[in-house]
Design a protein around this ligand. Structure first.
Ligand SMILES: *[C@@H]1O[C@H](CO)[C@@H](O)[C@H](O)[C@H]1NC(C)=O
Ligand SMILES: *[C@@H]1O[C@H](CO)[C@@H](O)[C@H](O)[C@H]1NC(C)=O
Ligand SMILES: *[C@@H]1O[C@H](CO)[C@@H](O)[C@H](O)[C@H]1NC(C)=O
Ligand SMILES: *[C@@H]1O[C@H](CO)[C@@H](O)[C@H](O)[C@H]1NC(C)=O
Ligand SMILES: *[C@@H]1O[C@H](CO)[C@@H](O)[C@H](O)[C@H]1NC(C)=O
Length: 954
């Protein structure tokens, strides 16, 4: 099909398009050459989570689009063209295709935070309309193409945090609109071209952490708008800081740490807004400039050969946070009025690091306010320290880096019960009404180059700035946590809450979500130089927002949003129509459904060993034409039917719904995987059907239903403690097998009581595994990636909170979910009931030593020490931090040990609980095999168990 698109696509399309234009008014058709470019670009990417399956469809940018691609309105030639490509944080690898250069109207090209390698194609330089080129946070290598210098409308060039080498092209002097040039954290070498001084719009120049050398060009002082100049960790061997830099009159931050600079510090006193000056770890000589802007927060001159004394005029610096002068040759006295002239607010802090100089006394009274840290070790003033009572400041080692700060945790006084406790909702901390419960949007955000050393004094200003930029009320933003990172940078997690209004909505509507996302990704905020440039690290939608899954257009298709225009009238070959439908989209749900079914049905026959192929007809016969009476359940994948095959075996048939249909290749990959998984505690796959655009999976049928049914109050039969323990052990063994024996390993991701089925002997069988994604495997370098990072999936109440927060799925996420099942076994409760969360409730009574008050009364009598151990195992599985949870292997071992402690009679269930609702065939054999049940489920087809069964088979 690709070949067709390339060679005869345009021809077919031209005739096709003219037809369509006659037939259907106002249909937007993408420029065929752009479709080719998009397909080529997609083919050079590796997209593990299929975010880009339908990216050649896409939204008009004029609506509040949510996709990866958006188009402009139809041009005069009747074609629409791609305007924005936004593929932020999508786990993409592979490279950038040169064909991207053919997207002639592109304004935003955003591939931030993926794993792309290869080089930046020079063809991107052809996209003269480009405004934002955002490639930071990848593994791109090679040199920066000269051709990018032609991008005269480019305002933002971000290629930081890659492996770019080579020199900065002189042609970049022609980026006449560029305001933000972020090339930091690469391996760029050579001289900074003095031609860059022509960049009359440049605001932020970040070139730190490269291998730049040569002179520091004095011409940069001609940059009329420059606010931030950050060049740390380069090697300008022996260059001086050009005195002309004093003319950078709008400078807010100058950071030249560890740049091998020599000579004197120029006089910066005429730069009124200068806040942050870091010239540390160079070879500077001479004295400290005695006058600096009153806006200084940070002066770092440590690790030089500066001499003279500390200027008394520094007492005018009323918002100073850090004065680092350590490891120099300073002499004279320390002016105490630097801290004594100040009044400190709660969050204010001042650190004075003066260690390893020749300072001989303190001028003025010492009495240091709480908020001031003074370090004097390695100075003559410390020789008689105990006499002058300054001993405590004379330690020579640094006590931490002084930038450890933490946000205060929000504690609610609201009743726990009133907010749904599934991690997606919480009380809005500063809500205008008490106990307003809502679901926040969670956003990873980072300040790349802030002009302060401590964040807390500015956090309020920052919140105000951000909320006004986002057009939100102040209470709608909550900074969940922040942390200082190397750079120094500040990384934070933001929560944005919906507004409290008359509609009492607890979530943002989709228009609002789109608007907010767009605010962040279009860089349209009002700029603040003090906070510096920001980075959007992630904007992933979970919980109630997961339906609005950006970039995963599959979801949207499943909701029937997209479709193609009427095709029927056009005499094209089937292949041509398929191509055309890829290119032409229009909102029309009804049509799409037929189409995608048809596409799937153009099948290539495939065989999978060990499983049987069923025809659609067989499936229809088995289920009485999918009669609703045959439906026994419904999962994420689709409806589940009980079917009777022609040989009279009963099976469970899972029929994929429109949204769950997969490409044929994926479907067979999954069947191939499922067919290789065999364990007594896993439901086995018997066969599949892949015909008539349908996908079905055929499993063994377990007449006894799900564990959830057995635990519900309506259940006819009761499970005693021994049975429950055996069910717990069986489930754990099944999952352990998936984690350790399956190749590749499988994380279940959706363990819950309704996914644990019981066979006629009440042996637990885990269902629905492998229907999601595989566990992480080794990457090319052979290192094990120990998590899968993706959109959060799972069932509320069972989702690992750590996975929820970090999106990193590990084997411990399954341990958590299984722990919830254990708690259900123990208490009979649901994971979430009346707004209460089972973990919190059980943990509370456990702490209070009242565990037995929550035990399911339907369980009958039980040995208390076994229940105690089982309960505490369950709680450990549900620990908030994954490291504190036991491994699945440990879970199995502990359950086996608990079973060993059980008195023999308790481990077997009494006959009184019989009869079952099961088939008569199995029930008759059941009477005679009670003990088999007990023994087999203890030993089983054990892959790890080294314990002898407690109850020996008789
Ligand atoms: C897009 O969102 C903005 C802000 O919410 C709104 O004013 C505008 O009407 C929306 N446009 C469309 C086409 O929905
Ligand atoms: C550059 O931007 C200007 C102003 O927005 C616009 O008029 C012009 O068409 C753009 N140039 C290109 C090549 O898109
Ligand atoms: C610097 O200080 C002056 C005077 O206090 C003030 O007006 C100005 O806003 C400050 N600049 C910055 C960037 O904070
Ligand atoms: C700063 O000083 C104030 C007043 O003495 C005090 O309340 C506050 O806790 C101090 N803050 C820090 C960070 O030490
Ligand atoms: C806030 O809570 C987190 C996790 O519960 C904890 O690690 C952190 O120390 C707490 N911070 C403060 C300031 O209490």
């Amino acid at each position: 099909m690709m070949l067709l698109v390339r060679f005869c696509g345009p021809l077919l399309l031209v005739s096709y398009c003219s037809l369509v234009f006659l037939a259907v008014a106002r249909t937007s058709i993408t420029d065929p050459s752009e479709v080719n470019a998009l397909l080529a670009a997609r083919n050079s990417l590796i997209d593990p989570f299929k975010h880009l399956e339908n990216w050649d469809k896409g939204d008009p940018c004029t609506s509040n689009w949510t996709g990866v691609v958006c188009y402009d309105t139809i041009g005069t030639d009747g074609y629409r063209r791609v305007q924005e490509l936004q593929l932020l944080n999508m786990n993409l690898s592979g490279n950038l295709a040169p064909q991207l250069g053919q997207l002639s109207q592109l304004k935003i090209l955003d591939f931030m935070w993926n794993e792309l390698d290869g080089s930046i194609p020079k063809e991107i330089g052809n996209i003269s309309s480009l405004r934002l080129l955002l490639l930071n946070g990848n593994k791109l290598s090679g040199a920066l193409p000269d051709e990018l210098g032609c991008l005269s409308n480019l305002t933002r060039l971000q290629v930081d945090e890659n492996k770019i080498s080579g020199q900065i092209p002189k042609s970049y002097a022609n980026l006449s609109s560029v305001k933000h040039l972020h090339l930091n954290n690469n391996s760029i070498s050579g001289q900074i071209p003095s031609e860059l001084s022509k960049l009359s719009s440049l605001l932020h120049l970040l070139l730190d952490n490269n291998n730049l050398s040569g002179n520091l060009p004095s011409e940069l002082s001609n940059l009329p708008e420059l606010r931030i100049l950050q060049l740390d960790n380069n090697n300008f061997s022996g260059s001086e800081i050009p005195a002309t830099y004093r003319n950078l009159s709008k400078l807010v931050k100058l950071s030249l740490r560890n740049c091998s600079l020599r000579g004197a510090i120029p006089d910066f006193s005429s730069i009124p807004d200068l806040s942050y000056l870091d010239l540390s770890w160079n070879d500077l000589t001479g004295t400290i400039p005695s006058k600096l802007s009153v806006n200084m927060t940070t002066i770092n001159l440590s690790g030089n050969r500066l001499n003279g004394s500390i200027p008394g005029s520094f007492s005018n610096l009323l918002i100073l946070q850090r004065l680092s002068l350590e490891n120099n040759l300073f002499t004279g006295s320390i002016p105490a009025n630097i801290w004594q002239n100040r009044s400190f607010n709660t969050n204010d802090r001042l650190t004075l690091d003066l260690r390893n100089n020749s300072l001989s006394k303190i001028l003025g009274k010492l009495n240091l306010p709480h908020n001031v840290t003074l370090r004097l070790g390695g100075n003559p003033v410390c020789i008689d320290a105990y006499v002058s009572n300054i001993d405590q400041f004379c330690g020579s080692e640094a006590e931490g880096d002084g930038t450890t700060e933490s946000s205060t945790n929000y504690t609610t006084t609201c009743p726990i019960q009133a907010c749904p406790v599934d991690n997606f909702f919480e009380y809005v901390p500063e809500s205008p009404v008490p106990c307003f419960c809502a679901s926040p949007l969670r956003i990873g955000y980072r300040l790349k180059s802030p002009s302060f050393s401590y964040f807390l004094p500015y956090i309020y200003l920052f919140e105000k700035y951000l909320t006004s930029a986002l057009e939100l009320e102040p209470y709608q933003l909550y900074i969940d946590s922040f942390i200082w990172e190397e750079g120094p940078r500040v990384k934070m997690y933001l929560k944005l809450f919906p507004a409290w209004n008359d509609e009492h909505s607890h979530i943002f509507n989709s228009t609002e979500v789109q608007r907010l996302r767009r605010m962040f990704t279009s860089w349209n905020f009002r700029r603040t130089d003090f906070f510096g440039p920001y980075e959007l690290l992630n904007f992933t939608l979970v919980g109630p927002y997961s339906e609005m899954n950006f970039g995963t257009q599959r979801t949207r298709i499943s909701k029937g949003v997209w479709a193609a225009i009427t095709l029927g009238a056009i005499a094209c070959t089937v292949v041509a129509s398929t191509i055309v439908t890829l290119l032409i989209v229009r909102r029309n749900a009804r049509y799409h459904q037929n189409l995608s079914r048809k596409r799937l049905s153009s099948k290539i026959s495939m065989k999978v060993d060990g499983v049987k192929f069923f025809s659609f007809k067989e499936m229809a016969l088995a289920t009485d034409n999918f009669n609703s009476l045959a439906q026994v359940g419904r999962g994420g994948y689709g409806k589940v039917y009980r079917g009777i095959l022609s040989d009279n075996t009963t099976v469970a048939i899972k029929r994929a719904e429109q949204g769950s249909l997969q490409g044929q290749k994926e479907f067979f990959t999954e069947i191939g995987l499922l067919s290789r998984l065999h364990h007594r505690n896993l439901v086995s796959l018997i066969g599949y059907c892949d015909e008539k655009g349908e996908q079905m999976l055929v499993y063994e049928f377990l007449p006894n239903g799900t564990l959830r049914d057995w635990l519900s109050a309506k259940a006819k039969e009761k499970l005693n403690f021994g049975m429950r323990l055996n069910i717990a052990l069986g489930s754990a063994k099944g999952i352990l097998y998936l984690h350790t024996e399956a190749n590749p390993p499988v994380f279940h991701r959706d363990i819950k009581a309704s996914n644990i089925l019981l066979d006629s002997k009440l042996i637990a069988k885990v269902a629905d595994f492998g229907l999601s994604r595989l566990a992480p495997v080794q990457n090319d370098e052979g290192t094990l990636l120990n998590h899968v990072s993706t959109v959060v999936k799972g069932t509320p109440g069972y989702i690992d909170p750590e996975y929820f927060l970090t999106h990193k799925l590990t084997d411990k996420s399954d341990v958590y979910s299984l722990g919830i099942v254990f708690l259900e076994l123990l208490t009979g409760m649901h994971p979430i009931f009346h707004g209460k969360n089972i973990v919190r409730e059980v943990a509370m009574v456990h702490r209070a030593g009242m565990m037995f008050s929550v035990i399911d009364s339907r369980m009958g009598s039980y040995p208390s020490e076994c229940v105690e151990r089982f309960g505490s195992l369950a709680l450990r599985c549900c620990h908030d931090t994954p490291e504190n949870r036991p491994s699945m292997l440990e879970v199995v071992r502990e359950l086996e040990n608990i079973l060993k402690m059980m008195p023999e009679t308790d481990a077997i269930f009494s006959e009184s609980m019989y009869p079952y609702s099961g088939t008569s065939a199995s029930s008759s054999s059941f009477y005679t095999s009670i003990n088999q049940y007990a023994s087999s489920s203890v030993s089983g087809s054990d892959l790890i168990s080294d314990v002898t069964p407690t109850i020996n088979p008789r």
